[in-house]
Design a protein around this ligand. Structure first.
Ligand SMILES: [Zn+2]
Length: 383
C-alpha cells in the first residue's frame, strides 16, 4: 500500500498502462473538487478542527518545512512533494477535516490530517505540517550525526637518517640496493594522490613528503593533532618494507595492533572520573579500534591478494605492538609491501609499474573500508 502510494505520487510521466487510471482518478478528483467547492461551508461547520490548530497556506507550510524547501505539484494525482536537503515528504490531497497519508523519504508513512484544495489553493492542517517538519528534521539530524571518516593519514616509514631496511645484491656484476625509506615514500605519495582525488571532502595527510625523518613521536603527534568533530573518525596507514636474515623469505603482510596490548587511549587529565571508569572507556575504545583495524587490514590484504598475489606470496594479517600504531588513537594498520632482503621482491619493488599496482591495491583496500565504515555509520553497525 505504501509503496503504491509512493509510486503513484512520484509518477510524472503518463504511460498507456495507467492512462485509464489517470482519467478515472482525474474524474474522481474533479467530482470531489466540485463537491468540496459546493459544500465547503457545510464541511467547515460540521468538522471544526481542534480549537487551537492552525491552517497553513502553501507559503506558510514551505516556510515551516524549510530551510530552502522545494515543492512539486502533480495536478493529475492532486498530490504534492516537499523536498528539503534531499529528503521528501509526499502526500495526496483529501477532504477538509479528513485524514490521509504522509510519506517521508518513500519509507516512512504517517496518518495525518490531510491537506486539501479550496478554489485551487492548497491548505495544510497543523498536524500535517508538524509531522512533516518532525520527520524531515529527524532524517536530517540522523544524516548529520552519521559517523564519517574525516581524515586519512598515510605514514611512509623511516626517512632521512633512518633508511629502514636495506637489501644489497649484485646483479649482472652491478650493485643493486633496495632501500625501504625510498620505496615507501614513492608508494605513500602515490597513495596520497589517489586518496586525495577520490575523497576531496577528506583530509589526506602524509607524515613526510620528502627524505626527512619525523620521529615516531612526531608521527603520532601529527595523527593525534588532527581536529575532529563529534561524528568524525580518522584512519592511519603506515607503509613499510620488510627484511629478513633468511634471504628466501618474501611477500607482503598487513599488521594491526594486538588486542592484548593495553593502551592509554584517553587523556586522564581531561576527565574527573575515577580510574575504573577511565579503564572501561579505554577498553571500549580499544575494542572499537581493534575491530576497525582488523577490518581495514582485511580490506587491504584482500586487494593486495587480488592485485599482486601472483607475483609474491601473501603472508596474511598479523598482530603486533608497533609504536606508531599503538599510540595513534584511531584505527591503524601497518603494511609491509615486501622484503628488500629478497632479490625477487627487491626487483619487483624497483619496478614503477609494480609499485603502481601495489599502490592501487592499497587505495582500493582503504576505499573499501571507508565505504563499509561510512555506510554502516561506524563500528556499531558492523558485525
Ligand atoms: Zn619499516
Amino acid at each position: 500500500m505504501s509503496t503504491r502510494l509512493g509510486r503513484r505520487i512520484l509518477t510524472t510521466k503518463d504511460t498507456k498502462e495507467n492512462s485509464n487510471l489517470i482519467f478515472l482518478s482525474s474524474f474522481v478528483y474533479f467530482v470531489s473538487f466540485v463537491v468540496i467547492f459546493l459544500f465547503l461551508p457545510v464541511f467547515a461547520s460540521a468538522q471544526t478542527p481542534a480549537a487551537n490548530s492552525k491552517l497553513y497556506s502553501l507559503d506558510e507550510a514551505l516556510a515551516a518545512i524549510g530551510p530552502a524547501p522545494t515543492f512539486r505539484w502533480d495536478p493529475f494525482f492532486s498530490s504534492g512533494v516537499f523536498t528539503v536537503a534531499g529528503h521528501t515528504a509526499a502526500f495526496a490531497v483529501g477532504e477538509p477535516g479528513g485524514t490521509g497519508l504522509l510519506m517521508v523519504d518513500g519509507r516512512e508513512v504517517f496518518t495525518v490530517p490531510v491537506p486539501y484544495l479550496v478554489r485551487g489553493l492548497l491548505f495544510f492542517p497543523e498536524g500535517f505540517v508538524t509531522t512533516a517538519v518532525g520527520a524531515l528534521s529527524r532524517y536530517q539530524a540522523e544524516e548529520a550525526s552519521r559517523l564519517r571518516i574525516a581524515a586519512i593519514i598515510v605514514d611512509p616509514g623511516h626517512g632521512g637518517k633512518d633508511p629502514g631496511a636495506v637489501g644489497e645484491f649484485t646483479i649482472g656484476g652491478k650493485l643493486f640496493r633496495s632501500v625501504e625509506k625510498d620505496i615507501v615514500l614513492k608508494v605513500s605519495r602515490q597513495l596520497h594522490t589517489l586518496l586525495s582525488t577520490a575523497f576531496p571532502d577528506k583530509r589526506v595527510l602524509l607524515t613526510r613528503t620528502g627524505d626527512t625523518f619525523p620521529s615516531l613521536e612526531d608521527r603520532v603527534v601529527i595523527a593525534n593533532s588532527v581536529s575532529l568533530k563529534e561524528n568524525e573518525a580518522i584512519i592511519y596507514i603506515s607503509v613499510h618494507a620488510n627484511a629478513s636474515l633468511n634471504k628466501a623469505v618474501r611477500g607482503y603482510e598487513v599488521w594491526y595492533l594486538s588486542p592484548d596490548y593495553r593502551r592509554n587511549l584517553i587523556d586522564k587529565s581531561k576527565y574527573d572520573d575515577p580510574d575504573d571508569i577511565i579503564s572501561i572507556r579505554n577498553a571500549m575504545l580499544e575494542e572499537e579500534f581493534t575491530v576497525e583495524s582488523i577490518m581495514m587490514a582485511q580490506s587491504i590484504l584482500g586487494r593486495l591478494n587480488e592485485s599482486v598475489g601472483r607475483s609474491t606470496p601473501s603472508r596474511g594479517i598479523k598482530a603486533e605492538e608497533w609504536f606508531v600504531v599503538r599510540n595513534a588513537r584511531m584505527p591503524s594498520v601497518l603494511v609491509e609491501l615486501g622484503f628488500v632482503s629478497n632479490q625477487e621482491d627487491a626487483l619487483l619493488m624497483a619496478d614503477e609499474a609494480y609499485l603502481k599496482k601495489i599502490t592501487e591495491a592499497l587505495y582500493k583496500g582503504i576505499s573499501d573500508f571507508v565505504s563499509t565504515f561510512e555506510r554502516s555509520g561506524g563500528l556499531t553497525g558492523i558485525q
